[in-house]
Design a protein around this ligand. Structure first.
Ligand code: SF4
Length: 395
C-alpha cells in the first residue's frame, strides 16, 4: 500500500524534557541553519540515494518522519506494520546479491519502543538506545544484520524526543562519575551507535546532530560512536568535547576486501585532526583484528602511518580499543555466496573456536591461545610504532 504524506502530525506524543526544536534553540544553532554541503553531494548520494521508504504510520506522521519523507520527495513511501518485520527486506538471505542496492536505496522509518540503557564497561560505560538500526555500508564481518537478516538497510527511529528524554533522565540519575575508569577519567560514556553508523545516519536527518546537541549540555556525560565513514557535515555540529568519535581502522589490505562501501582507511586517518579541531574527542578502534598470514607486518605499517600522519594534538588525546574478530557461522555461509574472498580471511577454523551466542547463533572467536598471543603481538607493535597510543581495552 502506498501511503500519502501527511500534511501535519505530532511527534511521538511523549512529553520530553527537551523538544528537538528546543535543543537547537538552547545551542543557538538551529538544525536548518547548519551547513549541510556534503549531505547533498554526489559522494553522499553514492552512499544513499533513497527511492523507497518503508514507514510505520506513527513514524511517518512524526516531525522527524515528515522531515525525512520531505527530504526524499522522489521516494515511494510504503506502509509497514513493524520495522522489525518487512519480509521483502529482512530475513531473506537470497537478497545477498542485491544487498548494496537495498542498502543504498531503501530506508525504514520506525519508532523505538524499548528504551533501555544497558551497562557495558568496555567501550563505554553504557549502551544507549540508539536512533538507528542497520547500515548502508556492508562490511563482510558486520554483526549488525544478524538480528534482522542480511539485507539490512537503515531503520531510522523517529521518536527522538523520547530517546533524548530517556537519556536525560538516565544521565541525571547517575550524578557525577565517582572515579575514573578506562572508559573515561571523568564522564559517563554512552555509546549512541551500537547498531549502525551515526556518520551515515547524518546523511538522512538530524538524529545524530540532536544527540550531539543533547550531550553537549550534559556535563557529566559523553556520547561515543564508532565510524567507518567520513562525513564532513559532522564538523558543523560543535560537540564541545562531549562526543567521542572513534574511527575504526584496519590494515589497507584487509579493509579493501572486508570494508565494503566505507571511506578508505587513509581518509579516516586524515580526518582525525579536522574532527579534533571541530570539538570532538578522537579515538581509534583497531578492529576487527584479522589474523592471517602477514597480518603483523600490515598492522606495523598501519601504526607507522598513524605515527607519521597524525599531528601531536591528535596523538596527545587519542586512545584505542582493540577488538579481535568475532565471526558467525550463518554469516560465513551467506558470505560464501557473494564474497568468498572475504571468507578466506574471516573463516579460519584451525585458529577459531565456537561459542554459542544468547540467541542460539554459532559465533566463532580466535582460540584463547591465538587471541592472547595476537594481542601481545599487537600491543608490542603499538609500543614500538605508536607509543603515544594508549590502549583502553582489548577484547
Ligand atoms: S560500518 Fe559498522 S554497522 Fe556498518 S556494515 Fe560496517 S561494521 Fe556494520
Amino acid at each position: 500500500m502506498v501511503m500519502r504524506h501527511r500534511p501535519s502530525g505530532t511527534d511521538d506524543g511523549q512529553e520530553g524534557l527537551f523538544s528537538v526544536d528546543d535543543l537547537a534553540a538552547r545551542s543557538g544553532d538551529a538544525p536548518a541553519a547548519r551547513r549541510r554541503a556534503f549531505r547533498d553531494s554526489p559522494e553522499a548520494r553514492r552512499m544513499l540515494d533513497v527511492t523507497e521508504i518503508h514507514a510505520e504510520p506513527a513514524a511517518a506522521a512524526s516531525h522527524r518522519g515528515r522531515q525525512i519523507i520531505a527530504r526524499f520527495p522522489e521516494a515511494r513511501v510504503l506502509e509497514t506494520d513493524s520495522h522489525w518485520r518487512i519480509p521483502r527486506l529482512h530475513g531473506n538471505e537470497g537478497n545477498a546479491e542485491r544487498w548494496v542496492r537495498v542498502k543504498r536505496q531503501t530506508l525504514v522509518l520506525g519508532e523505538r519502543s524499548s528504551l533501555t540503557t544497558r551497562p557495558n564497561g568496555r567501550s563505554a560505560d553504557w549502551i544507549a538506545p540508539g536512533l538507528s538500526n542497520g547500515c548502508a555500508m556492508a562490511c563482510a564481518y558486520c554483526y549488525v544484520p544478524r538480528r534482522k537478516g542480511y539485507a539490512n538497510p537503515i531503520t531510522v527511529f523517529t521518536n527522538v524526543e523520547r530517546v533524548v528524554h530517556h537519556l536525560a533522565r538516565h544521565v541525571a540519575a547517575q550524578g557525577a562519575k565517582p572515579e575514573p575508569n578506562q572508559c573515561d577519567p571523568q564522564a559517563w560514556v554512552y555509546d549512541i551507535g551500537e547498531n549502525g553508523d551515526c556518520s551515515v545516519d547524518d546523511l538522512i536527518c538530524d538524529n545524530t546532530a540532536d544527540l550531539i546537541d543533547a550531550f553537549r549540555r550534559w556535563p557529566t556525560a559523553k556520547a561515543s560512536f564508532a565510524t567507518k565513514f567520513v562525513n564532513p557535515d559532522l564538523l558543523e555540529l560543535d560537540p564541545r568535547g562531549r562526543t567521542r568519535i572513534r574511527f575504526s581502522l584496519m590494515p589497507h589490505a584487509d579493509s579493501r576486501t572486508l570494508d565494503i562501501r566505507t571511506s578508505p582507511v587513509e581518509r579516516r586517518i586524515a580526518a582525525a585532526a579536522d574532527f579534533l579541531d571541530a570539538g570532538y574527542e578522537v579515538h581509534f578502534n583497531l578492529s576487527p583484528v584479522v589474523v592471517r598470514p602477514g597480518w603483523e607486518q600490515d598492522w606495523a605499517d598501519l601504526l607507522r602511518q598513524l605515527d607519521d600522519v597524525l599531528p601531536r594534538r591528535v596523538k596527545d588525546q587519542a586512545r584505542a580499543e582493540i577488538i579481535m574478530l568475532t565471526h558467525n557461522e550463518r554469516l560465513h555461509e551467506v558470505n560464501l555466496d557473494w564474497h568468498p574472498r572475504a571468507e578466506e580471511l574471516l573463516w579460519r577454523p584451525g585458529l577459531q573456536q565456537p561459542k554459542r551466542s544468547q540467541n542460539g547463533d554459532l559465533n566463532v572467536r580466535y582460540r584463547n591461545t591465538v587471541k592472547s598471543a595476537s594481542l601481545a603481538t599487537l600491543r608490542g607493535l603499538i609500543d614500538a610504532r605508536a607509543p603515544w597510543l594508549d590502549v583502553r581495552y582489548a577484547f
